[in-house]
Ligand binder design. Structure first.
Ligand code: ZN
Length: 273
């Protein structure tokens, strides 16, 4: 049963954010302001999945305790399986893959996925469009290498590997939906700067076609892709608001809302609760 609407609006909605970044180091190494984790918690944030290089992840987890769920971003074209094992051995709950020089499904990456699958950990894939800020003359990048169809190749080949598709394969939304629905080991989120700015009607149709809630929403996760430890604060509100409006629009029950907002994250990243 859903709670009355007024209660949902006024009370903080508890969530685990499956995708955040840390602030960039200030020029000249200036000290940053202390992030107000207690105030984030008071506003509903139980924990965040921090996606940064290994050392930064480990340091943040040490500093902030269980509020930070570390997921190391690796250079998948250079890394060997021992890098995966090193990251997990230092406390990471998953590995982030992004900006490959070949499609995600390419055989060259299979030993990495194999190592992650054997460890029972989670692969977070950047999916779809990638800002040109990542481009270099020698490696301009290809969104086609990162589309959901490539994640599908990985999901079939490694059916015991838990996968989270960040950004829902923007702009291949329909492809992303098909891959998450058809592979029991694939979850997806609406993080990033595009998904929440598309029509709410489009997402309502995706997860409740013709008005009936579809089982695929069981594997949706909550995520933002914003900077968490920033002088400006942690701007998650518009994401919580978007997910809430989607839930309201399709009439999602409270148990399913809670799975999207935090239950799936707990399973994917091994968080007690
Ligand atoms: Zn990101």
């Amino acid at each position: 049963m859903s709670e009355p609407r007024n209660d949902q609006r006024s009370a903080a909605i508890p969530f685990i954010d499956c995708h955040v970044h840390a602030e960039q180091a200030a020029p000249g190494g200036a000290a940053r302001t202390e992030p107000p984790v207690p105030s984030y918690r008071a506003r509903g944030a139980e924990a965040v999945v921090l996606i940064e290089p290994l050392d930064q992840c480990v340091a943040a987890a040490r500093e902030h305790g269980p509020f930070v769920i570390p997921v190391a971003r690796i250079d998948m074209d250079r890394a060997r399986p021992r890098v995966i094992r090193e990251c997990l051995g230092k406390g990471c709950r998953g590995i982030k893959f992004i900006n490959p020089r070949a499609p995600y499904g390419d055989r060259r990456y299979w030993p990495l996925y194999e190592a992650l699958q054997e460890a029972g950990s989670t692969a977070v894939f950047h999916t779809g469009y990638l800002t040109s800020a990542f481009a270099t003359p020698r490696h301009p990048g290809s969104m086609e290498y990162m589309r959901a169809a490539q994640v599908d190749v990985v999901a079939r080949r490694f059916p015991r590997l838990s996968i989270l598709m960040a950004h829902f394969s923007n702009p291949w939304w329909e492809e992303g939906w098909k891959v998450m629905w058809s592979n029991p080991n694939v979850h997806a989120d609406l993080s990033g700067g595009t998904a929440i700015h598309r029509s709410l009607a489009m997402w309502a149709e995706t997860f409740a076609p013709n008005g009936g809630v579809h089982e695929s929403i069981e594997r949706l996760c909550f995520a933002t892709d914003v900077t968490v430890f920033d002088a400006e604060g942690y701007p998650f509100d518009e994401y919580v608001s978007f997910y809430t409006r989607l839930f309201d629009r399709i009439g999602l029950d409270q148990a399913a809302r809670d799975r999207v907002m935090r239950g799936n994250a707990r399973r994917l990243f091994g968080i007690p609760g």
